[in-house]
Structure formats: C-alpha cells, structure tokens
Design a protein. Structure first.
Length: 339
C-alpha cells in the first residue's frame, strides 16, 4: 500500500529515504525519456506515480481548495543525504484546471506544465494512541521551478482587453503564463514549507500522509471515513474538460467507490502503465473523447448524486484510473480506491 496520497503530500514519504539514499548520480532510463531516477527508496516509491494537486488559486471556496484540481506525473527523482538530513528533487509534467480572471482577461482551462521541486529536511518519529507519525520538517526554503504551457485560451472581458489582444507586439498568452506561473510557484512554496507527516494506524494498518503538522495521534482528514482500508481516498473537483488520474495500481480486482456531491456524475476508464506515455497528451488536454480505445478493459460511468461503487477488473497490467465529469456539468466527488 503506497504512503503517497496527495500531490502536496507525497513529500512525507521522504522519510523512508533516510536509510537508503543514493549518493550516485541518477542513471538515464530508456523507458523514461522525460526524466531520470536513482535507486533510493523514495524514488522507487514515487517515480511514474501521479500525484493529485489541490486547489491553489485565491478566491476558491474552502471545499474546492481541499479538492484535487490537477495531476503531476513524477518522471524523475533523486535523493541524497546532506547536513540537514535529506535533499530530494522531483520533476515531471502535469496539468491543473485554472479558473482565473482579472479586469481585462479570463482563463478557464486545464493548463499543462512542467514542474520540478527540490526539498531539504529531516524526519522525526513519534507514537501516540496507536498512531505512529513520521514528521518531515523542511529545513530550507523549497526550490520550485514551473514552466506553464503556452497553449492558453485567454479571453478578453473588456474593451481594453480586446484591444490589447489585437496588438501584434503584446503576447497576452505569454503574460498570462508568467502570471499563472508566479502565483502557482508562490502557493506551492508556501504549502511545501509547512512540511509533512506520514501516519500509520497499528489497528487497521492504514497509512496516510498530509501536508503540515498534525497533533500527536491525529490522522489526516479523508474524503471517506477510515474504517475500510484504501489505496486512494480523495475529493476531486472536475469542471468540463478536466481530468484526474490515480495510480499506478497493481493488477487484479479493484473497487472504485464514489460519492457524487455535485454534478451529474463521473466517467472513468483505465490505462495500462505501458500505454500512458502515448495517452498522456490527450488526457492532459482534458479531451478524453480523443483518446484511443482503452487497452485495459475497465471503463464506465457513475451517474447521479449519491453513493456509487463498482469493481474494476484489470488483470494483465499495472494501470491508472482516469476520471472526468459527465457532460457539461462541474462535478465534486469523493473517491476511494480499494485493492
């Protein structure tokens, strides 16, 4: 069972690297053209995994901020011991659904990016009331590098905005990309500076992780209650033309639970791990209607507000689950994946 749950939370798993950090440079992998990874435990745990990204822009409701609005595909990783404890670097492509506007322009689109993060910190272990907690405390300011894609659909909302859009020497898309990048980098750096905690409940064997500091014996808040062991337990916010991905998940029957809180429901499909590089751009764009027929035979819909559950039967490969909203509605849903 993976200890990685949220995009902003995966750094808590750095604690496992304290006893097995590579001191060598990462070797290139012919199967991973977008990045390289070393043989440390942390890199083995997170490489090629999708991490969910919670809401980061100002003006969103508390519920939307907690819900996932994008995914980051970790394709490169390195970890090594340093004076402060551990220094790790992660990199890879991803996307985030952005609803941004100012006095002259607006942008409502699933925006692609490339992101790299470097963190340095040290772990501390405590045990209280049947819960073991490994706290990862950040020792230096996190380094965040974000390159936002330039294929942005920026629309003018004023006469001045329309005029600026017509000027050949003024790139509205470039300005918007720079603005989005600056906001996202600041938000990510703030979140990452809070550190992270990994928890393990002895009674249930459930592992979890959260950004920030938890009280002794406390476990992170989840979309579904914790009495049933899970692999993924998150809330997602999915406007039209937005997607979310979880995995990879080991072959075998997997139960997908969903509680549709708002909207008409979800469409889901699975993608074999080996097929993801070819399918990535289509999924990242949010246009699942352009995706080739799935090679892992598990897809369908979960329609209507309320509780839903289905069993995904994928036996021949490790796989990812891709979800999107149904129709033109915006869906808010709690998702749980169980092995």
């Amino acid at each position: 069972m993976s200890c990685v749950r949220r995009a902003s939370q995966f750094i808590a798993c750095l604690a496992v690297a304290t006893t097995a950090c590579s001191t060598e440079q990462p070797a290139a992998s012919p199967n991973r053209p977008n990045g390289t990874s070393d043989d440390s435990l942390i890199c083995k745990a997170v490489t090629d995994r999708f991490m969910g990204i919670p809401g980061i822009e100002d003006g969103t409701s508390a519920a939307q901020v907690k819900a996932l609005r994008g995914s980051w595909w970790i394709r490169g990783c390195s970890a090594k011991r340093v004076e402060n404890g551990i220094r790790v670097r992660f990199e890879g492509p991803g996307w985030y659904f952005l609803d941004w506007h100012d006095h002259n322009f607006e942008l409502r689109q699933q925006v692609t990016f490339r992101l790299s993060i470097e963190l340095e910190g040290a772990p501390e272990l405590t045990v209280h009331n049947g819960v073991a907690m490994l706290r990862f405390e950040i020792k230096t300011t996190p380094t965040v590098e974000l390159d936002v894609g330039r294929n942005l659909s920026v629309h003018a909302t004023s006469a001045w905005g329309a005029l600026v859009n017509l000027m050949p020497l003024v790139s509205v898309r470039e300005r918007a990309a720079a603005r989005v990048s600056a906001l996202a980098v600041a938000a990510l750096r703030t979140k990452l500076s809070e550190g992270a905690s990994v928890t393990y409940e002895f009674a249930s064997g459930q592992r979890d992780a959260a950004l920030g500091k938890l009280a002794a014996g406390q476990t992170p808040e989840t979309a579904f209650s914790n009495e049933i062991p899970w692999l993924v337990n998150e809330r997602v916010f999915l406007p039209p033309s937005a997607t979310q991905v979880v995995g990879p998940i080991n072959p075998g029957p997997t139960r997908l639970d969903a509680r549709i809180e708002k909207g008409t429901g979800l469409a889901y499909r699975t993608v074999c791990e080996g097929d993801m590089p070819a399918e990535y751009e289509t999924i990242a764009s949010g246009h699942l209607d352009r995706q080739s027929p799935p090679t892992a035979a598990a897809n369908g819909t979960l329609e209507g507000v309320g509780e839903h559950s289905t069993v995904l039967r994928v036996d021949r490969c490790k796989f990812f689950i891709v979800v999107a909203t149904l129709g033109e509605s915006t869906t808010m849903a709690a998702l749980r994946v169980r092995g």
